[in-house]
Write a protein that binds this ligand. Sequence first.
Ligand code: LLP
Length: 402
Amino acid sequence: MQQHLSNELLIALAKEYGTPLYVYDADHITAQYKRLTSAFASTDTHFFYACKALTNVNILKHIKSIGCNVDCSSINEVKLALLAGFDPKNVLYTSNGIHFSEIEEAQSLGVNINIDSLSNLEKFGQQFQHSYPVGIRLRPNIMAGGNIKISTGHDKSKFGIPVDQLDKILALVNEHNIWIQNLHIHTGSDIKDVDVFVKGIEVLFDIIPHFKELTSIDLGGGFKVPYKKGDAETDIPLLAQKVSEAFANHPNPNGKPLQVWFEPGKFLVSASGYLITAVNVLKENNGTTFAGVNSGFNHLIRPMFYDAYHQIENLSNPTGEEKLYSVVGNICETDTFAWDRKIHAIREGDLLVFYNTGAYGFEMSSNFNSRYKPAEVMVKDGQATLIRKRDTFDDILRNQVL
Ligand code: LLP
């Protein structure tokens, strides 16, 4: 939530590259990764960045350079990770509802795979038997996460194989002699209560004894980040302590120490990101003013899709008198970023910045209304680099058959 890059730098970047513009602070990503590794220093814990949050290859290269692994949610993300230079053994593909051909492709690329359906597990067993280690994505029947759209582990969720179908899993594993190396759960995003992760470990401890070749358990991602003042964040040192206590209380029945894996997305990149927009128009409306910016939910969908809060600051008039504004986009349907928000006096032409937009910001953007996707800039060691050009009209036409 708090700002790490100066207003002067953000204004200079907006001048140089135009708006709307995404800017990412690579050093903040490094700092967040260090917070995780130092909290978990005493346990054998490995982090796989859930790159669905932000996949720009330059960000992936940075993630690799700091020693973090990567978790992917499609075969194309796997290919991006390999392109960024990751060793396949540091790449994880946590699948969900995919055709078996993607699992075959992931296997041929040599990456770790979490399988999330009985039918793909059976096909995997028939084809590979004991020749390739694999993980199983389980649904632990735990309700967690900031809202229902981002809850994935509850008992109505499509994700993973329900834990109550363990008998079916074991029948397939035994029939085909499948080499199970990892058990995965991911219960949701924006999880502030560390006990959710402990509950997940407890569900897994009942199951672990059935898998004699297990080397890791994978607790997914979902660490909550603060979006506004006073917002809670997942207490990472407390989580580390509780994970280590849970293991101390349940020594691994297979006699071998298990690695613990996590797949953080938001925690690593959310606060690194800034979306800078320019104000096109002001409209008075019974006490509040609409500030219409040159962006919309085509560039940042989280407020409209999840009612998410993103702090907004006036970069070019940071000390102006505060007033109430509804900050809206230029899309042809309601696309409100903030309702009746106190912001320093806004004038047409001012630059407004949206904080915490590194995760699921650019990544969920679109060309709706045939508008261009923004450019992206990465700042590292004080050096700004353009890492994606703004779309042009050719991008709108690309793939259209004229
Ligand atoms: N692992 C798996 C298997 C996941 O499905 C996800 C996120 C993560 C890890 C990373 O979760 P994170 O640490 O970023 O919370 N677009 C939504 C969030 C959707 C998350 C989907 N899966 C948002 O903007 O709030």
